[in-house]
Design a binder for this molecule. Structure first.
Ligand SMILES: CC(C)(COP(=O)(O)OP(=O)(O)OC[C@H]1O[C@@H](n2cnc3c(N)ncnc32)[C@H](O)[C@@H]1OP(=O)(O)O)[C@@H](O)C(=O)NCCC(=O)NCCS
Length: 265
């Protein structure tokens, strides 16, 4: 998520509070995003994290800066790799090859309400970087994505669509960030479990891509590198890889010690 953040050329290193994550897990969670084009200095960033009030800092940085994995070592911190995100892009109009054909319906606040359970079901059990830490085991991932998608409805520069087949048969959801002049970013997209492997995602994404390309923009999209199913779908659509980002969980040693002690019977 947040391709624009990684392209930010006037970046100042700082950790932002993640209020929703902090309130869900019950400790202070911060986010530190290192953009492309910035040469991070591990010692400087680790000192900043160690002095901060955050128990856990989720650091995202371009995978090309592989030295950061060791560079963030600090006596007061413990860090580990939590996932790698891959971004793909395309600027090509797609011919409808999929045997499925869905319709996109732009959601408004009222029409979206009834879809919250469907979105929760789509992302139930989804594996993201939270899976790398027991500190996040209280997060209901399906619910978290659903709440986030519902909050996106009606926001400026966001388009949220359901994909349906026939009357009322919603089979998918997608959230698109349209705030940037050159590209649109698909922030979230998925298909209900019982409607998978029938070409519905291919059809939904093709419609989104064609809409953006028609308005002169390319489309960027990302996922965990482990999500090979969706990456295969993008490759079949002719999308190309453009960026890889690593996610590290950087935890205060005292926070981790407290957690480990609480697990010892
Ligand atoms: C990944 C997902 C979107 C695919 O939706 P879908 O409607 O099943 O996709 P399609 O039927 O259009 O599949 C297109 C191609 O993608 C690939 N693919 C899709 N799911 C796959 C899987 N589970 N394993 C391997 N390849 C897969 C295949 O190449 C497939 O073509 P094929 O069926 O002819 O072999 C769906 O499984 C899903 O919503 N998962 C949970 C949420 C998610 O991962 N979202 C994407 C990241 S935010």
């Amino acid at each position: 998520m947040g391709y624009t953040q990684y392209m930010n050329e006037s970046w100042v290193p700082e950790i932002s509070t993640s209020e929703s994550e902090s309130s869900t897990v019950g400790f202070n969670v911060g986010r530190l995003t290192v953009p492309v084009g910035y040469q991070p200095v591990g010692a400087q960033l680790s000192e900043m994290i160690a002095r901060s009030s955050f128990d856990v800092t989720i650091v995202r940085y371009p995978s090309i800066h592989a030295d950061l994995a060791f560079g963030l070592q600090h006596p007061d911190l413990v860090s580990w790799q939590a996932d790698t995100l891959m971004y793909f892009e395309t600027d090509r109009h797609l011919e409808a090859k999929s045997h499925s054909k869905v319709e996109l319906n732009r959601l408004e606040v009222d029409s979206a309400k009834s879809l919250s359970q469907i979105v929760e079901d789509i992302f139930h059990g989804y594996t993201n970087h939270y899976a790398a830490s027991p500190l996040f085991e209280g997060v209901n991932i399906g619910r978290a994505y659903s709440d986030w998608a519902m909050k996106s409805v009606g926001q400026p520069n966001r388009s949220v669509y359901s994909a349906s087949r026939g009357v009322d048969a919603v089979v998918g959801i997608t959230v698109v960030d349209t705030s940037t002049v050159d590209y649109d970013e698909v922030l979230l997209a998925g298909i209900t479990p019982d409607a998978r492997r029938a070409g519905n995602y291919t059809s939904m994404l093709s419609l989104v891509i064609n809409e953006s390309v028609k308005s002169g923009k390319r489309v960027v999209i990302s996922t965990q590198v482990s999500n090979v199913g969706v990456i295969r779908a993008w490759v079949k659509l002719g999308m190309l890889p453009v960026l890889a980002l690593n996610t590290l969980h950087v935890v205060k040693r005292s926070t981790l010690d407290t957690y480990v002690s609480s697990q010892v019977k």
